[in-house]
Design a protein around this ligand. Structure first.
Ligand code: NAG
Ligand code: NAG
Ligand code: NAG
Ligand code: NAG
Ligand code: NAG
Ligand code: NAG
Length: 745
């Protein structure tokens, strides 16, 4: 009854809302509007649901995992519409909304429903609007592709909901609004706004005194719906109370007591430019916008890459199915990535097989009917496990999906490359091949087998491309740094020597025997072990402080690593990743470089993930990592992408010589401070990982003109930037949860 009443009220509202003649209706009642086709899949859909509705009916949808409600415009496109409005009801269904240009084979970024609203209930409809000029989450634009399809796709657990009144709106009226106001650096207040606000309504009061200011506004090139206006105050900040009034909003801050530090520019050493890398950048413009220096062709789906046909197979990540290589030809990939200004890491497959075509798969239902799960898009392809969860045995015949591979084929391929990579990586996480690629390699990989493969493929790589550096063995995680998939009996059989130290010793021996270096980079993957998945305040604080595991010899890991150390290393409960591996390299194979070709923030959507990334990039420079590539391709406009942009975006670079930073009180749990110089100009990154503002007195920071970038805090995630004049260095404010970059002009 309640719902019907709501519906009646809604009808009146609907009349007003639909009165614009130029809106394009997709659905109001009982059927799709004419001109629209049902392109949904794997879903139970009723276009005339009468249990929950507005008007006379709604659409009820139950989608399996990754299935979607999807509509296609029969002819024409909707690129000139301002936004999409719809009413939705359900228990906060997990949906991603995206748009396609079927004509151009282009898909928009996905918008999670939770980025629009987190209060969707089954008790009635919530009316939502997606502004194509200010997409939820990123603030980006849909762009001017020839959009002709839209989809509401269920996530991994499926989704059940009702949806009604789906309309493309012709225009959206933006009401001018102040959104945030925050202190920044020495004398700047940053105010974000939408629409044409009136700055005569803004006043700044510092410790009881009104402060005059001048204004300068900026809109990011890829998120122009919001603007930021920088007020330069007539008098600088000082500890105490700051109140900014803007229209009818008041923003209050307690400016804290200053902390002391100094920068010593003369104490410095080079930062390796290869630390600002990612896996698989999507486009050349992405490489430029984020300043990506190194790009990796890597991951589980390249181990079976067949360079003679560009076929691959993602193994356990996707039902052991062959497919066309996601990135086409590796040779051409190296070509366009290098052309965009990034160096490259190319993976050389190192098992005995590669994919033989784009269609075969290892575990057909017709042969193995009893399997735990089947691909929702190909019901014949199973996940290689019996329904009781154990791996299918006896192992299947590899020829079902693969063709033989060996080092001579690798050498033949590498010799034929038109585009030469910077680094060749020997396979990927080969120590867990029995799991990721159980179909190709069912037996656990031992110390000896791994070494033998690395030496064999290193020799083939060096024979084909003598001047290209070789990286190995891309070990997946802390556990496998020290032992093999066989376990501790294998370690015992090798004089109780932990795996990577043993590997370094053996690669040195093999190189000495070969008369040339077979290993240029020790390459490891690093994933923080503490569990931050709750993403609550405690998990965020943990995420932000666990960057200490990268460098801090006193930091006991807040995970099983700290609780049950499982290796023969010194301080086995403290990761101290970079210093530890530098030391192991110095002991076992001096001169080897250190690469981290996979690492991640633990949450790419949350602002704390962006702050972790900015902190880690500072640490990699300060502690002399030689190369690092983020896993996976960070969203350019998300917090992690912005951390790369902060250091390197659009050709404005953090200096390439790391300068010494001395802090009276370091507080590494809540702050990261990184300094560098280039051509005697200072650049500085400060990451405030705390939930309140901080203030520094930093001696030796020269006065004068600086380029300023920042993201986070109440300004949010956007490419905010300006130029400022630093008139004093004794009170530099960084807002809560914010990373700032300043570079002397
Ligand atoms: C729309 O497509 C879905 C998925 O293919 C199908 O189950 C449903 O019956 C279709 N509905 C109509 C009205 O065509
Ligand atoms: C902000 O500070 C002003 C001036 O001290 C005070 O009048 C006001 O109540 C404060 N507002 C909030 C929301 O704390
Ligand atoms: C799981 O099922 C398979 C096939 O029925 C069987 O061979 C295997 O022993 C079972 N494993 C366990 C742990 O029960
Ligand atoms: C695997 O399949 C191939 C091709 O069908 C066949 O030649 C080979 O004998 C099979 N191997 C085994 C061990 O069954
Ligand atoms: C590698 O595989 C190719 C093609 O199957 C074969 O001709 C060659 O003999 C193999 N080389 C070695 C060293 O096994
Ligand atoms: C650092 O940058 C300067 C100026 O752009 C450049 O001349 C120099 O080669 C760079 N050094 C390194 C190690 O990249």
């Amino acid at each position: 009854m309640l719902l019907r009443l709501r519906s009646l009220i809604a009808i009146a509202a609907l009349f007003v809302r639909l009165s614009r003649a130029d809106d394009l209706t997709i659905y109001t009642d009982s059927a799709l509007a004419s001109g629209w086709e049902n392109w949904s899949w794997s879903s139970t859909i009723d276009f005339a649901a009468s249990d929950v509705f507005e008007g006379t009916s709604s659409i009820s949808v139950t989608s399996d995992a990754w299935a979607a409600l999807s509509f296609k415009l029969s002819t024409g496109n909707f690129k000139d519409y301002a936004g999409l409005r719809f009413d939705i009801s359900g228990a906060q269904p997990a949906l991603a909304i995206y748009f396609d240009s079927v004509t151009e084979s282009i898909t928009s970024p996905s918008i999670q429903l939770s980025q629009i609203s987190q209060s969707i209930t089954p008790d009635g409809f919530t009316s939502l609007l997606i502004d194509f000029n200010n997409l939820p989450g990123s603030g980006g634009q849909l762009g001017d592709s020839i959009w002709d399809r839209l989809s509401f796709q269920a996530q991994g657990d499926g989704a059940t909901y009702h949806i009604d009144n789906i309309v493309l709106v012709e225009s959206i009226v933006i009401e001018p609004k102040f959104l945030s106001a925050e202190p920044l650096t020495n004398d700047i207040v940053a105010i974000t706004t939408v629409g044409d606000v009136d700055f005569s309504q803004v006043a700044v009061n510092l410790n009881g005194q009104n402060v005059a200011f001048t204004t300068k506004s900026y809109s990011p090139v890829d998120a122009p719906a919001k603007s930021i206006t920088y007020l330069t105050l007539a008098s600088p900040f000082a500890a105490g109370s700051l109140t900014i009034t803007a229209g009818d909003l008041t923003f209050n801050y307690t400016l804290p007591a200053v902390q002391y530090g100094s920068i010593v520019q003369s104490v410095n050493y080079p930062i390796n430019p290869h630390i600002y890398g990612v896996n698989f950048p999507p486009t050349a413009s992405y490489i430029n916008h984020l300043g990506v220096t190194l790009s990796r062709w890597g991951g589980n789906a390249v181990t079976p890459y067949n360079p003679f046909g560009h076929f691959t197979n993602a193994g356990n990540d996707w039902y052991f199915e062959n497919r066309a290589s996601d990135w086409g030809s590796a040779d051409e990939w190296v070509g366009w990535v290098s052309g965009a200004g990034s160096d490259t890491i190319l993976t050389v497959p190192g098992l005995d097989w590669v994919a033989k075509d784009t269609t075969s798969y290892s575990y057909p239902r017709t042969i193995y009917p009893d399997q735990q799960a089947f691909d929702p898009y190909n019901s014949d392809a199973g996940n290689g496990k019996f329904s009781n969860g154990s791996i299918i045995s006896p192992p299947m015949n590899q020829s079902a999906a693969y063709t033989p591979w060996n080092a001579s084929l690798a050498q033949q391929w590498l010799s034929s490359l038109q585009n030469i990579p910077t680094i060749l990586a020997l396979d990927n996480e080969i120590e867990i091949a029995h799991s990721t690629h159980q179909d190709m390699h069912p037996e656990p990989v031992s110390y000896d087998e791994e070494l033998e493969r690395m030496v064999t493929f290193a020799k083939a790589s060096k024979a084909a491309l003598p001047n290209v550096a070789v990286a190995a063995p891309m070990t997946c995680s802390w556990w496998f740094y020290w032992t093999s998939a066989i376990g501790w009996t294998d370690t015992e059989a090798h004089a109780n020597t932990d795996f990577l130290p043993w590997f370094l010793q053996e690669m040195k021996k093999a190189s000495d025997t070969a008369g040339k270096r077979l290993l240029d980079y020790l390459d490891i993957h690093y994933y923080f072990q503490p569990d931050t998945s709750a993403n609550d305040a405690a998990a965020k604080a943990l995420r932000l402080r666990m960057t200490r595991s990268l460098w801090d010899k006193t930091y006991v890991d807040e995970s099983w690593v700290g609780e049950s150390p499982q290796n023969h290393q010194w301080d086995p409960d403290r990761v101290q990743l970079v210093p530890r591996f530098r030391t192991l390299i110095d002991i076992h194979y001096p001169g080897t470089k250190l690469a981290i070709s996979e690492w991640s923030s633990t949450n790419d959507q949350d602002i704390t993930g962006g702050l972790v990334t900015a902190d880690a990039l500072g640490i990699f420079g300060k502690y002399k990592v030689d190369a690092a590539t983020y896993w996976y391709q960070p969203d350019e406009m998300g917090p992690v992408g912005l951390a790369f942009w902060l250091y390197r975006g659009y050709g404005v670079y953090f200096g390439n010589k790391s300068a010494q930073v001395n802090l009276a009180t370091a507080n590494p749990d809540t702050v990261g401070v990184y300094a560098a110089t280039e051509n005697n100009k200072l650049s500085l990154v400060i990451i405030n990982k705390d939930t309140k503002p901080l203030a520094y007195d930093l001696s030796n920071v020269p006065f004068g003109s600086y380029f300023l970038r920042h993201f986070g805090g109440s300004s949010g995630v956007a490419k905010w930037q300006t130029t400022i004049t630093l008139k004093a260095n004794n009170y530099i404010v960084v807002p809560a949860y914010t990373a700032i970059f300043i570079k002397q002009q």
